[in-house]
Each structure stands twice: as C-alpha cells, then as structure tokens.
Design a protein around this ligand. Structure first.
Ligand code: GLC
Length: 446
C-alpha cells in the first residue's frame, strides 16, 4: 500500500503497447511514483539543506546505558543480556550535570558545526522526557532530561543540534513481535511515531532527524511516509536521513567514504575507534592525520563527515577522543577555507596529497611531505600563484611544459601538521588529465 510502485521493464513495455502517451514514463525526471511528501521534500530541499551543505563536519554522539557498561552499544544483543538485568543500568546511570557542554565545546574546537546525539539507541532507553514510557532519563538514574541539556549545550556554542533515533527497539515488548502480529505493530508504530512527535515538539528547532535501523518492518509497516509527513509538519526546516526505508534528504554511508551520484547529498558517519558507544578496552584510535584526510576526502566529493564520540556513563569524553578532536581542530582553524568553502573537485591524482577546490582555487593537501619540491601532473589550467594556506607565505609555482605543475623552494620539513595545505590560484576551474600526460609526454629513445 505505502510501498512505492516500481516500474519494471515489463510494466513499462506493456503500458507502452497500450498507448504511446505512456512514453514519458521512460524519460528522466522524478519517478511517477513520488508520493506527496516526497514531492514536498524535493521542492524545499535546497532551502532546508543549505546550512548543512556549508557545515561539512559534524559530531555524532553515541550515549546510552551501554556507556555505563563500557562494552559497545550492541552489548545487550551481542551478549544476550536479559532485559531485567540490562534495565539495572538505568538506575546506575548518573551522568554529571551538563556533560553535553564539554561535548559541544570540543565539537566547536574541532571545527564541527552540528551535533547529532542518540536520543534513543537500539537498547530502547530514552534520554528525553517521554510520556510514553518510564524507561527514560527523567524517571530513571539521571533524574533529568538529557536531550534538553544536549540541545541547550549545542546552541550555546552556536552549533545545530540533531537527533539520532533508533526505530529498532530491543526493550519494547512489541519491538520484534510487530513483524508478525498486527495488533503489536499498531501499538509499536504508535509508540515510535509518538516519540518522534515528542522529540520534535519539545526542544525547539532541530536541524537533523537521523533515523536508524528499521528492522523488522518495511516502509509500509513503519508508515514511513506518514512519519516524514508528521516530521515536516512539526519542523518545516528539518532534514531527515534515509534510514526509515525512504530516500530522505541524504544518504548515510557508514564507516566508509562513498559519494552519491546525481547530486544527491550524503554524509559519511564514522567511529574514532571501532565502537560507537563507549567501549573501555577499544584502543584502536584513528590518528588525527587519518581524520583530517577523511574530512578532506568528504569535501572533495561534496559530502559531509559525521565523526563520533562515545562518552562514558558519567558523560566524560575518553581522553584520546579529546586529544584527536583537538588536533583536528587546530588544523581546521588554519585551513578552514579549503573545507568549508569547498565545492566538488575533479583533481585527485597524487601519491602524497589529496585535493579540494573552491571556485578557481585548488587546495593541495600534502599528507606525506616529500621535501623541497612537489609536482602535480596533468593540470589543464594555468596556475597563477600559490601560497601556504596557514601562513599565507608565497610558494614558487611554474608550469615548464604542458604536463607538469611544479612547486619549488619549499622547506624540507612539512610546515604544517598533520597535513600541509597549499592554495593554488588558477585561471579557470582546476581540471586534471593524466591520460593526456601519458599519451602525449615525449618519450625516451628505444
Ligand atoms: C549501525 C549500528 C549502530 C550505530 C549506527 C551509526 O546502524 O547499529 O550501533 O548507531 O550504525 O550509523
């Protein structure tokens, strides 16, 4: 019923046979099956997504009862912990007041411009004041509304708050039964829609609604179109992701950087170690250099980067996360133009650098500093001048032939860390053609 109609080759051909007027079915453009809410979302998308497109970098926060236990957010399921035993954590969960202020300050220092917190993860515990369950922060250990603290903390730092909300629920009695029992589905879907309504009614303007894990229902079962319709009635400016089984406003590649095609927006979400929720023993931290390179890789292809922290049960942030986020922030503070102002960039080939672009400026981000001189192959525009982005110091640049762009007179040791960025002014939109180099560069004697 609410499932979108799919046009198979057979139905398309049979309708073609029926009437030639069916021809436009095969042409490009919005699918004929777009629902009213999808049409409404498409019509307002550019306006709604403007701030997010400029934001580029956000903080994901996974925080829940699992943070008290410190063994990853999937512990309840992956260790098959009985509900009654797991529920004890709700009494032990006693975070320090306004822990979210430290997160927001760290996000700001890291150069992040929005924050998305788990308001309820798969475990089912709600950080917000819900009339629909007692399994929520104000009625358990914390004794107060943690979503309210989060929203206020984000706003105090000028960051946009966003809500992660898990549809899948391991605690709710109908969370699995809903797949096979219509009465259970009705109760559960009313509960989930009701909680989304609470979240988007009680905390002012929210930037992002980040659905997660639609198991065990499909879009029809979740009544996802009705869900999105309600969301936009409550928050006309919000953006939603694609994890309620509808396309939403943006795609959510997880633990990988993968651009969407056709201009569709995307956000790569990633852990800083190997766990979203606090896992005390997980020491597999990404170095700041990897994080900076990932921020650059997302900006190169026009996407956002949502990088996670997993605070402990008391709300404190693991020291390694603080150290790495702070180092990333120091790099962004001196090189922000190359990220925040970036537009999709075609130039990509180098063994020691990656690239972003803003207008006719090409940013060369050198992560393995080779020494006094650097080259780019096959740049098909004129490079007029170059400078170190952090200091503004000029860098000598020349294009001695049709193939090589040569930067010289550089220091032997990388002038910036963990990546050195050189801004190269070109006389047109930077474009690279290394095939041209391979085919046309004069070769040696046989
Ligand atoms: C997965 C995991 C979840 C995490 C999410 C973040 O869906 O189930 O633990 O919250 O990814 O993208």
């Amino acid at each position: 019923m609410l499932q979108r109609m799919t046009i198979t080759r057979r139905t398309a051909l049979s309708s073609l046979a029926a009437t030639p007027l069916a021809l436009p079915l095969l042409s490009q453009g919005p699918p004929a099956s777009q629902s009213p809410i999808e049409k409404q979302m498409a019509a307002t998308r550019d306006r709604r997504m403007q701030w997010w497109k400029q934001a580029k970098f956000g903080m994901f926060i996974h925080w829940g009862l699992y943070s008290v236990r410190g063994r990853h957010e999937w512990a309840m399921e992956n260790e098959a912990i009985p509900v009654a035993e797991y529920e004890q954590l709700a009494k032990q969960f006693k975070p320090k007041p306004n822990a979210a202020r430290d997160w927001a300050r760290l996000a700001k220092a890291a150069g992040q411009r929005y924050m998305v917190m788990t308001t309820k993860h798969h475990e089912g515990f709600c950080h917000f004041d819900s009339k629909l369950t007692d399994y929520c922060a104000p009625k358990q250990g914390p004794g107060r509304d943690l979503v309210k603290e989060f929203v206020e903390a984000a706003r105090a730092e000028g960051l946009t708050p966003g809500f992660y909300y898990s549809l899948m629920d391991w605690h709710h009695p109908d969370g699995a039964k809903c797949a096979s029992d219509e009465a259970a589905r009705r109760r559960f879907v009313d509960y989930i829609h009701g909680q989304i309504r609470e979240l988007l009614t009680n905390y002012g303007k929210i930037g992002v609604l980040w659905y997660d894990v639609a198991w065990p229902l499909d879009a029809a079962g979740w009544e996802s179109e009705k869900m999105n319709k309600m969301v936009f009635e409550l928050q006309p400016d919000i953006i939603v992701n694609n994890r309620n089984k509808l396309d939403g406003d943006f795609a959510t590649p997880e633990q990988t950087i993968r651009a969407e095609t056709g201009g569709r927006a995307w956000e790569s979400c990633m852990t800083l170690n190997d766990s979203w929720g606090y896992q005390a023993a997980d020491d597999n931290w990404k170095p700041a250099k990897t994080v900076v390179r990932n921020v650059i890789a997302c900006a190169h292809d026009g996407g956002n980067y949502l990088l996670n922290i997993g605070p402990r049960g008391d709300g404190s942030i693991p020291e390694e996360s603080v150290r790495i986020f702070t180092e990333v922030g120091k790099w962004i503070a001196g090189n922000g133009d190359a990220i925040y102002k970036s537009e999709p960039c075609q130039v990509r080939r180098s063994n020691y650098a990656s690239f972003t672009r803003s207008g006719n400026t090409l940013y060369m981000h050198v992560h393995f500093w080779p020494g006094n001189e650097l080259s780019i192959s096959g740049l098909r525009v004129k490079a007029k001048s170059a400078k170190l982005l952090r200091t503004g110091a000029n860098v000598a640049i020349s294009q001695p032939d049709d193939f090589r762009t040569h930067l010289t007179g550089l220091p032997a040791i990388a002038p910036d860390s963990p990546v050195t960025t050189i801004a190269i002014e070109c006389d047109g939109e930077p474009h690279q053609d290394t095939d041209y180099v391979r085919k046309n560069r004069p070769r040696g004697k046989a």
